[in-house]
Write a protein that binds this ligand. Structure first.
Ligand SMILES: Nc1nc2c(ncn2[C@@H]2O[C@H](COP(=O)(O)OP(=O)(O)OP(=O)(O)O)[C@@H](O)[C@H]2O)c(=O)[nH]1
Ligand SMILES: [Mg+2]
Ligand SMILES: [Zn+2]
Length: 293
């Protein structure tokens, strides 16, 4: 029987099968032998052990459309990254790292700034403008008031979307707003450090309707950009990429080279200086790892 892996905890996989039941399955040793680990979002073939207890074995993983390492997910068509406009304060450097990683994986990303209801006036516009100008789909939303939720729903339609972001920004709250019976557990912020409490511990795929799925994931607090070339880094900033080949020097890194069109665009306010700072900071980090080619 065919099915889809919704969740994996402690060696068990929860598979929504064709008969509309969810089976608790183990993955047979055969996967380990070939170095394949079932992922949430995988389509698979299962054999039923007990119909009454809804238990079974995963026999085969069907070919993947896409594969993400962190958060681990198979078959995601796109990602929605959520940051709160405040509480917790958004780290744009972290957001930019996520965008680089998704670009390297060829996964389209939509940016959502949540908690619009609690933000200072003008803050939502300020941040959405930075990212819209850079070329991203950007929404300002509120899981509480429902603002922007219809537009978000529209963007999710017919796709499998992975919902990612730091802890406490409202990922699970957004899921509950989209799927009223989802019952995702949500948590407050820690008083002292004003961060999330890592309420969601395991990724879980949920069905919004028909072929529309969304994955809740645990919050992250740091992201590692893999060792990539200078060109790959430049290409993963959609507002910097078009300048390739237009500066005085071929392969200009847009750092300290003379006659750099990117630095000029930053000075003229055509490229956000916040985004350019992120670019520079990742560039320096990659360089300091000394694997720079
Ligand atoms: N003011 C406001 N608070 C919100 C909104 N959405 C979520 N919250 C609150 O933010 C806190 C964290 O929400 P969660 O949904 O648990 O956040 P999360 O991103 O799933 O966090 P982790 O599971 O820890 O990664 C809770 O206290 C929510 O009630 C919103 O739109 N406005
Ligand atoms: Mg959560
Ligand atoms: Zn340049």
């Amino acid at each position: 029987m065919k099915g889809k892996i919704l969740k994996g905890i402690g060696g068990f996989y929860y598979v929504a099968a064709e008969d509309s039941k969810t089976y608790e399955c183990k993955a047979k040793g055969v996967f380990r032998n070939i170095g394949l680990k079932p992922l949430v979002g995988d389509d698979c073939e299962i054999s039923v052990i007990s119909e009454a207890e809804c238990t079974g074995n995963i026999e085969a993983i069907l070919p993947r459309r896409s594969e993400l390492i962190r958060p681990a997910a198979a078959n995601a068509d796109q990602a929605v990254i959520i940051f709160a406009l405040s509480k917790p304060e958004p780290s744009l450097g972290l957001l930019d790292r996520f965008l680089i990683i998704m670009s390297l994986n060829n996964v389209r990303t939509i940016i959502c700034f949540n908690k619009e209801d609690a933000a200072d006036p003008g803050r939502a516009e300020e941040l959405t403008e930075i990212y819209r100008n850079a070329g991203y789909s950007t929404l300002s939303i509120s899981a509480y008031s429902g603002k922007g939720m219809d537009e978000l729903k529209e963007l999710l339609n017919g796709k499998t979307t992975i919902l990612a972001g730091p802890s406490g920004v409202g990922k699970s709250s957004v899921i509950n707003a989209l799927i009223p019976h989802a019952g995702a557990v949500t948590g407050g912020l820690s008083e002292k450090i004003k961060r999330g409490k890592n309420t969601t511990r395991h990724s879980e795929l949920l069905q919004i309707s028909g072929d529309t799925f969304i994955m809740d994931t645990p919050g992250f607090s740091s992201l590692y950009v893999p060792d990539i070339s200078g060109e790959e880094l430049r290409m993963s900033f959609p507002e910097i990429a078009p300048f390739e080949g237009t500066c005085r020097f071929d392969g200009c890194n847009h750092i300290s080279e003379p006659d750099c069109r990117v630095k000029q665009a930053v000075e003229e306010g055509k490229i956000s200086s916040i985004r350019y700072q992120s670019y520079k900071s990742v560039y320096e980090e990659l360089r300091s790892r000394r694997k720079w080619k």
